[in-house]
Design a binder for this molecule. Sequence first.
Ligand code: 5GP
Length: 141
Amino acid sequence: MPDTIFNKIIDGDIPCHKVYEDDKVLAFLDIGPLSRGHTLVIPKESAQTLDQLSADSAAAIGRVLPRIAQAVLSATGARSFNVLQNNGADAHQEVMHVHFHIIPKYDDGAGLGIGWKAGALDASEGAELAKRIADQCRREA
Ligand code: 5GP
């Protein structure tokens, strides 16, 4: 596993504005916020992408994400937010340690901007693809 800036933050070698910590999870303010209150939630486990994360760490993050999101909303007054989770350089991941962004969205538009070019799912291709994914899910359970 390559050492990342987030490992240094977990180890306390680099400071952060911490908002939550338990034995498996750390959350802190993003140093380059898209909007006020932009928060990163990371597992202490070193995994590059979500598909590589252990079920234990994933569960630990899932348990606290709603609570941290509620806290961000309460503290900032924002009423909407996006959770963003990038995996791989092609998908805009810059720090190769799993992280979830909580990004408040404000009335003035500050927050995450999304370009969403929706296609149309072909029924027979969808059926075939869903079967392949379902088969893999069963295999990896
Ligand atoms: P990614 O594009 O990998 O999903 O996002 C990485 C995020 O980490 C970016 O939003 C960036 O601002 C944030 N980041 C990078 N280095 C640091 C740092 O040293 N401290 C903090 N708090 N955030 C960082």
